[in-house]
Design a protein around this ligand. Structure first.
Ligand SMILES: N[C@@H](CCC(=O)N[C@@H](CS)C(=O)NCC(=O)O)C(=O)O
Length: 201
């Protein structure tokens, strides 16, 4: 049995959980839900992850794994699900990095709002982070729609979780505006049972 240290609100954790569902590994993962933050890291996180982040995957044998990209790749290899197809490996990894980058910028924006007093928040910096998100969304629209419409892989999962996180934490930024194709794609993708089972709360 593997132990997944995480929290359902984290988009990186969700990416792992979606892959777990898609790969049929639910029976092999015990989810350990923690409340953690950069300011107050949970004890389980400090001992499992050198950088005190989630997710981390504790294995019965071998070292504890992080970060999410290492965990998804390991679980894919473990299950043989083929979500890092050799024929499209570099595209899949680049798309996953794009999804992770969107999540990273969006999480940093949440932290700025949560951990800094209102009068110390840097709105120029917040807008710059959102600028990264928008640039990535435009790159997806311009270059990645046919990949997104193709067979499921870890990159596609990462984009689905990144868009889900934008809805969850930044609805007022209206990422869908002017991006009908991506909106239509996500409307279908978010209906997958793996996405429905991992909706952030
Ligand atoms: N690159 C990491 C990012 C993980 C990450 O930033 N997780 C957030 C939660 S969404 C976290 O644990 N933050 C605590 C911190 O930054 O100290 C991954 O893909 O696993």
């Amino acid at each position: 049995m593997f132990q997944l240290i995480g929290n359902p609100a984290s988009p990186f954790v969700r990416k792992v959980r979606v892959l777990v569902h898609e790969a049929g590994l639910e029976g092999e993962i015990e989810e350990v839900t923690v409340t953690t933050s950069p300011i107050a890291p949970a004890g389980e996180v400090t001992s499992a992850h050198a950088l005190r982040k989630i997710p981390a995957l504790i294995r019965p044998e071998g070292c504890t794994l992080y970060d999410s990209r290492v965990i998804t790749r390991f679980l894919d290899a473990h299950s043989g699900a083929g979500l890092y197809p050799q024929s499209h490996l570099w595209e899949t990894l680049t798309l996953e990095a794009t999804g992770d980058g969107i999540m990273e910028a969006a999480v940093l924006m949440v932290y700025e709002g949560r951990f800094r007093p209102e009068d110390k928040q840097d709105h120029g910096w917040l807008d710059a982070q959102w600028g990264k998100v928008e640039n990535a969304l435009d790159a997806l629209t311009a270059r990645w729609m046919s990949h997104l419409a193709g067979p499921l892989d870890a990159g596609v999962i990462a984009i689905g979780c990144a868009l889900g996180y934008l809805d969850f934490r930044h609805p007022a930024r209206e990422w869908r505006k002017g991006r009908d194709g991506l909106d239509d794609w996500y409307a279908v993708f978010s209906e997958r049972p793996a996405m429905q089972a991992t909706r952030p709360v």
